[in-house]
Design a protein around this ligand. Structure first.
Ligand SMILES: [Zn+2]
Length: 138
């Protein structure tokens, strides 16, 4: 994990913060935005909640699925921002959940970069070591 951001990483983080403004989070009031940089460009996502709680989906997965729906297959960098996270939540309250880590691992290289607003910059392999894969990573 590191804390310094490159200019490109800062740009992605700003886009993730903007995407969070579109979140539909009337139940948790915890807005999250994500952006993924792929071989076909950048795709944004936000969390979308539902009265049937099990149907809620995270910003990170929405961003990845939007990219895949547009034909992308390789996520190079991901950024996520929990704009409503309070200072007392610390780092853990800002990190991608386990499901999102698995989805990122499906489309990212082990050394792919995940920028977590207020928490640092991580490699996919740091977030999810020995991820479940049914194909050989390339
Ligand atoms: Zn998640």
């Amino acid at each position: 994990m590191r804390t310094e951001l490159s200019e490109t990483e800062q740009h992605l983080l700003e886009k993730a913060r903007s995407a969070a403004l579109n979140a539909y989070a009337p139940y948790s009031n915890f807005r999250v935005g994500a952006v993924v940089q792929t071989e076909l460009g950048e795709f944004s996502g936000c969390n979308v909640e539902n009265a049937s709680y099990g149907l809620c989906i995270c910003a990170e997965r929405n961003a990845v699925f939007a990219a895949v729906a547009a034909g992308a297959r390789r996520v190079l960098t991901a950024a996520v921002s929990c704009i409503d996270a309070s200072a007392d939540m610390g780092t853990n309250g800002r990190m991608p959940c386990g499901a999102c880590r698995q989805v990122l691992a499906e489309f990212m290289a082990d050394d792919g970069v995940v920028i977590v607003d207020g928490a640092g910059v991580w490699k996919v392999s740091e977030l999810l070591p020995s991820s479940f894969l049914l194909h050989s990573p390339d």
